[in-house]
Design a protein around this ligand. Structure first.
Ligand code: IP8
Length: 255
């Protein structure tokens, strides 16, 4: 599939848009800062957001994770999804208030070869909408599983080959040690991935930072540059939107 010019996929990390230490707590200032920054940039944007203390909180109670689960509590599945729609509505409100035109697409609409999804995204982008996705609870053979926002980001990168993929996280980038000492790694060589030990949030049911780094590696193999930037810092996100290397951590696309 060909490259669509000047599309940027931005993932709002759940640890930025919510407070992961407290169940169901929103970080509205961070959501607004992300929305304001995106509105300042002229590129076409596709937004994906994580679950943070909303989706992960209920998913953990429900015993759900990225593997297909046959035994689950129906009402917790409902609450997990409900909390994600609630979080999404806050993100949508914020994006709208900064003049963007968000259009949420849930995995419900996806067919196997993603062809309809691709046409829908391209149509929305051409009409000045910003498609928005979020990690969700999806049916699988005989049960349910979590489809994380990071997995969705990979699917979208494979489909659209965007100019770059930006993960907004709660620290300045990827660090060599879990104590986050020194400066973040400026350029992450895929060979370094296995030596990185990361600090994980206990609440995370989808594999946290390590899984994110592995997904970033898969995205870089599609020829797409991947940036990890501090989602609380407007300047860092703006630089990444401009494709400036040296901000946060970058994993360059392999061509
Ligand atoms: O925060 C998880 O998405 P992620 C979504 O991108 C749910 O891993 C429902 C827990």
């Amino acid at each position: 599939m060909g490259r669509v010019v000047d599309n940027i996929i931005v993932k709002f990390g759940g640890s930025v848009i919510t407070d992961k230490k407290h169940p169901l707590s929103l970080n509205l200032d961070a959501i607004n800062s992300l929305s304001r920054t995106l509105a300042m940039h002229s590129s076409k944007k596709i937004i994906v957001h994580g679950g943070g203390s909303f989706g992960h909180y209920y998913a953990k109670l429900a015993g759900l994770n990225t593997k297909c689960k046959h035994i689950y509590e129906v009402n917790k599945v409902v609450l997990t999804r409900k909390s994600m729609f609630e979080l999404n509505s806050h993100v949508i409100d914020s994006l709208t208030s900064y003049g963007l035109n968000p259009y949420t697409i849930t995995p419900f609409y996806w067919n196997k070869d993603f062809s309809e999804l691709k046409s829908l995204i391209l149509k929305l982008l051409s009409q000045n909408f910003s498609p928005v996705f979020f990690g969700d609870v999806v049916p699988c053979k005989g049960g349910f599983r979590i489809l994380s926002g990071d997995d969705i980001s990979y699917i979208l990168c494979r489909m659209l080959k965007p100019s770059r993929m930006i993960f907004c996280i709660d620290v300045d980038g990827i660090f060599q040690s879990p104590r986050l000492e020194g400066s973040p790694i400026k350029e992450l060589d895929p060979k370094m991935v296995k030596n990185i030990i990361v600090k994980e949030h206990i609440i995370d049911v989808t594999g946290g930072m390590l899984r994110k780094i592995k997904i970033a590696y898969k995205i870089s193999k599609l020829g797409v540059d991947v940036f990890f930037v501090n989602g609380f810092k407007q300047d860092a996100l703006l630089k990444a939107l401009n494709g400036e290397y040296g901000v946060g951590t970058c994993m360059r696309g392999v061509h």
